[in-house]
Design a protein around this ligand. Structure first.
Ligand SMILES: *Cc1c(COP(=O)(O)O)cnc(C)c1O
Length: 452
């Protein structure tokens, strides 16, 4: 098989179950708490927001969850996704390292997000829900949920962070083509949005504010539920199809990764790729290093506090134990919109605390340089988010060039940039800046973490 570029699976090899890493951890992650009582939230607290099937998946200790046939049917539109060996990039870098990437840009909206949008829409429709509300930053998640909602006959209402709503009109058109209704956030539609606008009429918004708006709207409508595109356990669970496929593809390649690297916004594409490999590592069969990469402008794992905090700005969600920069933190408007969330998945945060993964923060110009280098050798223009993972790959590949190490690197190329090209324009024109987060700004943001 030498010289091979793509490792492809047949539709018959599509995984039939999702993997729940909680079953293999020495201790489970700390539970979400009710902000009023300080007690763990129960199913009744979550029922206004999520269907029963997803609440059950959120807390399950079962190692595997079967993927419904209706979901597999939709997955087959683009799955299994390809695993590539980046031979041309290796050559361009002059590295002895072997670099592989699992490409999720083949999905209908160009990212990994439909892997969870589809089952979320399916379970809601199966329980008689008529309407889904959600937030979106760059628009990847909103497009995925709009597509999935159309597939199962649900209405979809999306609050899009104002900065992206203004800068990225094509995502809006995509969501509307799938039938979704869009609001810029902060909006006049909700009390949370109006409160922000009263104080900051020119607010460019944040994911935290948009979540408050979508949650508020769903909670007030018995026919509606809320859908989250990252962070929660059931989202990371659904994304494990990525890693399960990649394991089979590495068998075809007769190779084994030494380093697995992914970008982390809320942690779902990274967890989805890494968790099945972590299962194999915990069983002693392989020993890869697993590395999360975040932007220097929003470094929740590397500089955040591991504490109970709200998932949204207004404080409407349960308290989640996670690495957080404070729920009032509004990151600089960097181009990787999907990495601008103040917190990290509680499950991934817990796994980080257990010492099972590492993390590094990289400034955006180095990331776009890696993205351009990748595009010029592999032909795919990466979404701004996975350029962070590629920057870490390039660092490691160049280190291998010095040492002569034939390290095997696997990365999640979780989306393409076809609707984010203005970010590349900013980089190519030399207008891009690195938004390092000053200690003083961080300290002020961390003050919004509730005292525990
Ligand atoms: C949403 C998104 C991210 C960030 O979310 P994760 O849950 O950390 O994966 C990263 N990349 C792309 C392309 C996205 O759409």
């Amino acid at each position: 098989m030498t010289g091979r570029t793509k490792y492809l699976l047949d539709e018959a090899d599509l995984p039939t179950r999702w993997y729940n890493v909680v079953a293999d951890l020495a201790e489970p992650p700390p539970p979400p708490l009710h902000p009023g009582t300080g007690e763990p939230v129960g199913p009744d607290d979550l029922a206004p927001l999520f269907p029963q099937a997803l609440i059950a998946q959120e807390v399950t200790a079962d190692r595997y969850v079967d993927i419904p046939e209706e979901v597999l049917d939709v997955y087959r539109l683009w799955r299994p996704s390809p695993l590539y060996r980046a031979r041309r990039l290796e050559k361009a870098l002059g590295t002895p390292a072997r670099i592989y990437y699992k490409y999720e840009g083949v999905s209908p909206v160009g990212s990994h997000k439909p892997n969870t949008a589809v089952p979320q829409a399916f379970y809601n429709a199966a329980e008689g829900v008529r309407r889904l509300t959600t937030e979106t930053g760059a628009g990847q998640w909103g497009s995925a949920l709009a597509f999935a909602s159309a597939t199962f006959g649900l209405e979809c209402e999306v609050w899009q962070v104002r900065a992206s709503y203004d800068q990225k009109p094509y995502r809006k058109i995509m969501m509307e083509t799938f039938g979704a209704k869009l609001h810029p956030s902060p909006s006049e539609e909700t009390a949370s949005g109006r409160a922000v606008l009263a104080e900051h009429p020119d607010s460019t918004g944040s994911l935290g504010i948009a979540i408050s708006e979508a949650v508020e709207k769903a909670a007030a409508d018995p026919d509606a539920r809320y859908a989250l595109g990252s962070v929660l356990n059931h989202v990371l669970l659904h994304q494990t199809v990525i890693g399960e496929e990649a394991l089979k593809q590495f068998e075809l390649a007769e190779d084994t990764p030494d380093l697995i690297v992914g970008c982390t916004g809320g942690g779902s594409n990274f967890g989805g790729l890494a968790f099945p490999f972590l299962r194999e590592k915990l069983a002693g069969r392989i020993a890869p290093e697993i590395l999360a990469v975040e932007p220097s402008a929003c470094p929740s794992l590397t500089r955040g506090k591991y504490a109970y905090d709200f998932g949204d700005t207004a404080g409407l969600t349960p308290l989640l134990k996670m690495h957080t920069l404070g729920h009032e933190f509004i990151p600089d408007p960097i181009h990787a919109g999907g990495l601008r969330y103040h917190g990290m998945s509680p499950l991934l945060s817990h796994i980080y605390e257990l010492g099972l993964i590492g993390a590094v923060a990289i400034p955006q110009q180095e990331c776009f340089a890696a993205g351009v280098r990748f595009a010029r050798s592999e032909g795919i223009i990466p979404a701004p988010e996975p350029t962070h993972a590629l920057a870490a790959c390039v660092r490691e590949a160049l280190r291998c060039k010095e040492t002569g190490e034939e390290k095997v690197i696997l990365t999640a190329l979780c989306g393409h940039a076809h609707l984010d090209l203005p970010a590349y324009a900013a980089y190519l024109s030399g207008d891009m800046v690195d938004n390092e987060l000053p200690d003083s700004v961080l300290a002020e943001a961390l003050a919004s973490v509730p005292a525990g």
